[in-house]
Design a protein around this ligand. Structure first.
Ligand SMILES: *[C@@H]1O[C@H](CO)[C@@H](O)[C@H](O)[C@H]1NC(C)=O
Ligand SMILES: *[C@@H]1O[C@H](CO)[C@@H](O)[C@H](O)[C@H]1NC(C)=O
Length: 542
């Protein structure tokens, strides 16, 4: 034993300058590690291990990780309390740090010593058990220590395993301390794990992200759109009663998963609507990959029924609904669009007994903005509908609205003249302006408007009795694009546009029509699970 010790001391003196030199370089790269790793190492019990969880502390054989290969380079790794005997090549395969040591010609070829006296032995044991025996023995409260060492030793597979376990144990109480740790040890993957957690709960736990910079908030918002993009549908308005067999199934949000071969499979319900009522009227809008449904539903009062204003927010990552602030005005068939981190509710008419509109029905000119962080609605500048009126319609929300950049755009059919007028709302200035010229009947015979959306320009879809008509408007040059006609398909409700594809409920086919903006081809997606009446289609990522 003495001989062995002496040999080790000699050997150590011989190589220490070289080892220390390279360690110094690592220390320089990770200055913050110094205090963290030398802080009192915690040796917690390894409950997950079978019979004698700590037997390795007294049994050198259990700290020996040689493969059978005799020619392999074996090294002794001295951690804070225990030494481990390891096949260096095998270790190099799971840690960039050891690969660096093995390649840096430090002549450990005969028998080397690597001093990691700041690394807790229990953590190093966990690393070896995982790397050599595929046994992951780290419990939740030891993850921090293990992630530090994994990150320091650049042990990617072990780090990934720690982080995937961490994903399941992150809570509002511990996530900020892990974020702090990520900063201290410069571990980008740990930071990303915590950021992903924070982004999935962005609005639910907004108190946690108060300290983040605007750039970091943008990153969180961006992270919410990472996942599978799914087409979703819900019935915007139901006027049927409980007695109608359609009502119960219609009270669901459906999504259309892609099948293995990339085609459509069939719609499946992913969540039930969060209120008990047979009659409702909502507008759907997606903000930060949360679905908001804004509107109201019918509920009994002492003598009869009344429409209760209500709004809800759905998080597709957790499949949970929460109640959010209702609109100020009692609106029916209004448009809502997300723009510059808020939601704008525009137009609509009075929501009371769900009577059909007629020529005397007046559109609301009041515009409301929703702040998702404060959960409040407030009025902003009203629509400039002074010397004209937009016609109302039961096939879509009135007026149609969309957003592009920092502006909201609104499109309506002017009563009597039938001209199409676009209005632009600049969110920075809180001010509306008319975008002339209007589109006259001579330009396009389009008595009905179905859809307004935005790609890099505004997309307008409408129709007459024989054809669907499609055109575009460029707000920058203030020019209408070419008028295209397409096969007549009755479109109703709320559509969406993504990657040059307009998707819109097609009532006659009880399906979703997909119009390709590049070649104007029209196709139908899988039949809807419930007959189409007045539905909203949109995309969510989850
Ligand atoms: C909106 O208003 C801001 C601030 O006045 C201005 O810089 C911007 O150009 C306006 N946007 C448009 C599209 O006119
Ligand atoms: C429908 O609109 C197109 C495009 O403006 C026009 O060419 C066509 O004549 C219209 N059809 C009817 C029946 O109005």
């Amino acid at each position: 034993m003495n001989l062995f010790k002496q040999f080790i001391i000699l050997l150590f003196q011989w190589i220490s300058s070289t080892v220390q030199y390279s360690l110094m370089r690592v220390w320089e790269a990770f200055p913050a590690l110094d205090n963290i790793l030398t802080a009192t190492p915690e040796c917690k019990g390894l409950e997950t291990s079978e019979t004698q969880p700590e037997a390795w502390k007294t049994n050198e054989a259990l700290r020996t990780y040689h493969l059978e290969d005799e020619s392999a380079t074996k090294v002794m790794v001295q951690t804070d309390t225990h030494a481990f005997y390891v096949d260096l090549e095998r270790l190099s395969a799971c840690s960039e740090y050891f690969r660096g040591v093995s390649q840096s010609r430090m002549r450990e070829s005969s028998e080397g010593l690597i001093r990691l006296s700041h690394v807790p032995s229990s953590v190093f044991y966990n690393l070896l058990e995982f790397s050599f025996h595929q046994q992951f023995r780290v419990s939740g409260d030891e993850l921090g220590d293990n992630i530090q060492v994994a990150s320091y030793l650049l042990a990617e597979p072990f780090l990934s395993e720690c982080l995937s376990v961490l994903t399941d144990v992150l809570t509002p109480d511990n996530c900020l301390s892990y974020l702090g740790l990520a900063g201290d040890i410069f571990c980008a993957k740990l930071r990303m794990t915590v950021f992903t957690y924070l982004s999935r709960n962005l609005l639910e736990q907004s108190h946690l992200t108060k300290g983040l910079s605007p750039e970091e908030m943008e990153e969180l918002i961006r992270l919410r759109s990472q996942g599978d993009q799914r087409l979703c549908v819900l019935r915007k308005e139901n006027l049927k009663s409980w007695a109608d067999p359609e009502t119960a199934p219609a009270r669901h949000l459906f999504s259309l998963p892609r099948s293995e071969d990339g085609g459509d499979s069939s719609w499946c319900p992913i969540s039930e609507l969060p209120f008990r009522a047979d009659k409702w009227c909502f507008t759907a809008v997606v903000l930060f990959n949360y679905l908001y449904i804004v509107g109201g539903y019918r509920q009994p009062i002492r003598r009869g029924w009344e429409f209760k204003m209500a709004s809800f927010r759905y998080n597709p990552f957790t499949h949970t609904w929460v109640t959010t602030a209702p609109l100020i005005k009692h609106r029916r068939h209004f448009s809502a669009v997300a723009c510059e981190g808020g939601i704008y509710a525009v137009g609509g008419w009075y929501l009371d007994s769900l009577v059909s509109p007629d020529s005397n029905t007046a559109l609301y000119t009041a515009v409301e903005r929703y702040d998702p962080w404060q959960d409040t609605w407030r009025f902003v500048s009203s629509l400039p509908l002074t010397d004209f009126q937009f016609t109302v319609s039961l096939s879509h929300d009135v007026p149609l609205a969309t957003s592009l950049g920092h502006c909201v755009y609104v499109l309506g059919n002017i009563q009597r003249t039938g001209e199409k007028l676009l209005l632009q709302y600049n969110t920075t200035q809180d001010c509306w302006s008319e975008l002339l010229p209007t589109l006259t009947r001579a330009d396009a015979d389009m008595p009905t408007l179905y859809f307004l959306g935005a790609t890099d320009t505004l997309i307008v879809i409408g129709g007459n009795t024989s054809e669907n008509v499609m055109t575009s408007f460029c707000p920058r040059t203030r020019q209408w694009g070419e008028i295209h006609t397409a096969t007549k398909v009755a479109l109703a409700g709320q559509g969406t546009v993504l990657e040059e594809q307009v998707l819109m409920p097609a009532t006659e086919h009880s399906s979703v029509a997909q119009l390709d903006l590049l070649d104007l081809s029209l196709s139908l997606r899988s039949p809807l699970p419930i007959p189409a009446h007045y539905d909203a289609v949109f995309h969510l990522y989850f």
